[in-house]
Ligand binder design. Structure first.
Ligand code: HAM
Length: 526
């Protein structure tokens, strides 16, 4: 039996929209119902139902019926109670349709506070930056890894009273699990190392570029969502690892045009603090807490820091000595104070000597006040800063030899750094070093006649098959428009498909840089 195509293909879709006033429940629908019938598609032509929370005072239902059953069925005018599903009460929790009504509520077109959209020009900059991160990481023989943005909340809850904990975006999921958007990548890396267990061969050299979330007070270069480039070395206890990591960051800076006149690294070691605390018999388990308090030195009044140190169990004498040592800005002075035999001084000396061989001595300086805000660092710590002092830290890292055991794994020595995408862009802007990143395509292909649109598609496909990028003009447009667009997208060539040339399987080519024009056979077009 031959089927009647019109009967099979065109199934009308009736969309019944119940428009409710704000604040009314789904059960108190008003009598206003809009009925839309679309005849042009075998299935609903409207987009799939999806969440539209800000418009939740609208509910919508959608049903399909065969064309034959249409006509003046009362169903078209009377809402079917079974179809009056409240948009927010569907099993998926995601039923709602953009409203069709004169009273369209306007959504806030801005992204949530502290977050960013990446329109093409921003995306080009991000891609350029990430490519530089990747190039440098690969230059140093690192492998790329990634982790979920959503992690178990427990991964980020540490005892030491860190700021990062108060900034956590956390919630309970539908399975009653406490989860959090990652504020940093290091705990996920540690988790993965534990998960891999003995199957990994050390040392690991891993890098990652991932989005992190922190409910921050917004300042220049600090936002609620940022991307971080991380490089970490797992399984090397010597300072050779720190030296290699700082060298990688310096390589990145040089690659994007930043010099040691623009940026420096403050370097210290948490072992300096450890030595002071040991002298005053401050218990080891208070170490992390003391570090997070000291990290606030520049952010909160000195008296408050002293009070917090005292409440962490330090005597007044110990606090006094600690603050004195923290003000030391040269390795020679530190040696005078602590002697030359301790681990802290020994490791710092080695790092500075490596810096000479690597050629980044001019980039680094000792500064005992750098302790970093994260509780897990155990040894050398460093922070990249702009010498003009206008911006927050550009990057920061250090050694964290005992993080794995806090998650129940066996400790493996580790160090690494995090480098955000926001401050570096501010710095590049300040220094006039932001690259010009226009869109660029090899060819723009345009038919001169609607009849030749498929011929133009053939030309575009042929060029793409040869590895050339093509922007195909998809509608018939005046030449003025075509040239304007070609200039905007930086097309190298304009290829016109006109009827007289096409009859001979030829196209017209215009080189946009020189204005040179010629005709060429399609199969000779390179
Ligand atoms: P962090 O110092 O908290 O360290 O962050 C590292 C870098 O991420 C900062 O220097 C900054 O560039 C960027 N950053 C942090 N918070 C924000 C924010 N709210 N907005 C914009 N940029 C931000 C860590 O996260 C450690 N996990 C780094 C690490 C890796 N240590 C060892 N391995």
């Amino acid at each position: 039996m031959t089927a009647n195509p019109s009967r099979l293909i065109f199934r009308p879709t009736i969309h019944v929209y119940h428009v409710r006033p704000p604040n009314s429940s789904s059960k108190t629908l008003t009598s206003l119902h809009l009925h839309l019938i679309s005849l042009s598609s075998p299935i609903s032509v409207l987009p799939p139902l999806r969440s539209f929370r800000h418009q939740s005072f609208f509910s919508a239902t959608s049903r399909s019926r065969p064309f034959s059953s249409l006509s003046s069925s009362p169903e078209r005018h009377t809402p079917n109670p079974s179809s009056s599903v409240n948009a927010t009460s569907s099993p998926s929790g995601a039923l709602s349709r953009p409203p069709i009504s004169d009273v369209r509520p306007k959504i806030d077109a801005n992204p949530p506070k502290g977050t960013r959209d990446f329109p093409p020009e921003e995306m080009r900059l991000r891609t350029w930056l990430f490519q530089n991160f990747r190039d440098v990481s690969q230059l140093f023989g690192f492998e790329e890894v990634d982790f979920p943005v959503l992690e178990s909340e427990a991964l980020f809850i540490r005892k030491a009273g860190e700021e990062i904990r108060d900034q956590l975006y956390c919630f309970e999921d539908r399975g009653n699990r406490r989860v959090a958007l990652r504020p940093e990548l290091t705990p996920s890396l540690a988790r993965l190392v534990i998960q891999k267990g003995k199957s990994i061969s050390l040392p690991l050299k891993w890098f990652a570029i991932g989005q992190c979330w922190r409910y921050e007070r917004m300042t220049r270069g600090r936002r609620r969502e940022h991307y971080q480039w991380n490089m970490d070395i797992i399984g090397v206890p010597e300072v050779t690892a720190e030296a290699e990591l700082i060298s990688a960051i310096v390589t990145f800076f040089k690659k994007v045009g930043i010099t040691d006149a623009d940026v420096g690294f403050k370097v210290s070691s948490r072992k300096v603090l450890q030595e002071v605390l040991r002298r005053y018999d401050v218990p080891e388990d208070l170490f992390g807490r003391v570090c997070t308090v000291i990290d606030k030195l520049e952010k909160i009044p000195l008296d408050e820091v002293k009070r917090e140190l005292a409440s962490a169990g330090m005597s007044e004498e110990a606090i006094q000595e600690l603050l004195e040592i923290l003000s030391i800005k040269s390795l020679a002075m530190l040696e005078e104070r602590l002697g030359t035999s301790g681990q802290a001084v020994g490791e710092l000396r080695k790092l500075f000597s490596f810096a000479e061989k690597y050629g980044f001595s001019d980039w680094i300086q000792f500064d005992a006040s750098v302790v970093r805000g994260l509780a897990y660092y155990t040894g050398i710590v460093f922070e990249g800063f702009d010498r003009e002092g206008k911006l927050r830290a550009i990057c920061g890292g250090g050694r964290y030899d005992r993080l794995l055991s806090t998650f129940g794994g066996d400790d493996i020595s580790a160090c690494g750094f995090g480098f955000g995408d926001a401050v570096i862009v501010e710095l590049l802007k300040e220094k006039g070093l932001l690259p010009e990143l226009g869109l660029q395509v090899d060819n723009m292909v345009c038919s001169l006649d609607p009849e030749l649109q498929s011929a133009a598609a053939l030309v575009a496909s042929t060029l793409r098959g040869k590895g050339q990028s093509v922007d195909l003009v998809l509608q018939t447009k005046p030449m003025k428009w075509v040239f304007k667009r070609a200039a905007r997208i930086n097309a190298q060539r304009l290829i016109l498909v006109g009827s007289s040339e096409w009859q001979n399987s030829m196209v017209a080519v215009k080189l946009l840089a020189t204005g040179e024009q010629y005709q060429v056979k399609l199969d000779e077009l390179e």
